[in-house]
Design a protein around this ligand. Structure first.
Ligand code: MN
Length: 244
């Protein structure tokens, strides 16, 4: 169980009477290996949320443009608040006007382990976090490197770069090809089908042993009044907004 308070930021940002995202109270299946998920998220801008299980929560980054298999590509990964492990089964639509409003697809999932002699906690503290993924789509060695100066988004966020290490899973010059696959690893559905609440519900992974979620998972609480989206004073989108 995560220590008390670790998920307070996560909960502060969300109104669970309006969004169907997990509140973090669901019982998650035990696992000998640490798990990870990547969620394709069509929020104000499309991004891919990388979540790595560590110490009872998901450490989370919003990766612009998605992960690349080309080691020459450096993808901005905006650190966001820790997410509950139950979030790893979340696929559906966050209502418009709520935090992170938009469709979420389970794009990859599997297990991970630290790469090298450092503990993950030490790697994160050092801003040099190496890990190996064993997912359905992503494999091999990766690194998250923390940027010293916050060059994006006005300094409110901690920014990292996600880079593929050179190994047998790296692909020179064709790093984005993997992103063309618009099928959920949990339900087989496209973003469009998820947005319409059609097809099969996602097969559970974190909450193993429970029944599949409803396919019409447009997590707009029935009867909840549609809240207009709050407008930021500046119409220009900042990189930090990618993290929503
Ligand atoms: Mn997101």
């Amino acid at each position: 169980m995560p220590e008390k308070g670790k998920l307070s930021k996560y909960r502060e940002k969300r109104d669970f009477t309006k969004t169907g995202e997990p509140s973090g109270k669901a019982k998650v299946a035990r696992s000998d290996k640490r798990r990870f998920v990547v969620q394709k998220h069509a929020a104000s801008r499309l991004h891919y949320d990388l979540r790595l299980e560590l110490d009872g929560v998901f450490k989370s980054w919003a990766v612009t443009r998605g992960p690349s298999l080309d080691p020459r590509d450096k993808r901005l990964a905006v650190e966001v608040e820790d997410h509950p492990l139950g979030y790893g089964d979340f696929e559906g639509t966050i209502p418009k006007g709520e935090y992170g409003g938009g469709t979420v697809q389970l794009w990859d999932r599997g297990t991970w382990e630290p790469d090298g002699p450092k503990t993950p906690e030490q790697g994160l503290a050092d801003g040099d976090f190496k890990f190996k993924l064993d997912g359905e789509r992503l494999h091999g060695s990766w690194v998250l490197v923390r940027l010293k100066n916050d060059r994006y988004g006005g300094g409110k966020r901690t920014n990292w770069l996600l880079i593929k290490h050179r190994d047998e899973y790296a692909k020179d010059g064709d790093g984005d090809a993997i992103l063309a696959e618009d099928r959920s690893v949990a339900s087989g559905r496209t973003m469009a089908a998820i947005a319409e609440g059609k097809g099969r519900g996602p097969k559970p992974f974190m909450l193993a042993g429970t029944a599949p979620a409803e396919p019409d998972a447009v997590w707009d609480t029935a009867g909840a009044p549609e809240k207009p989206a709050k407008r930021k004073p500046s119409p220009r989108k900042t990189k930090a907004q990618l993290a929503e």
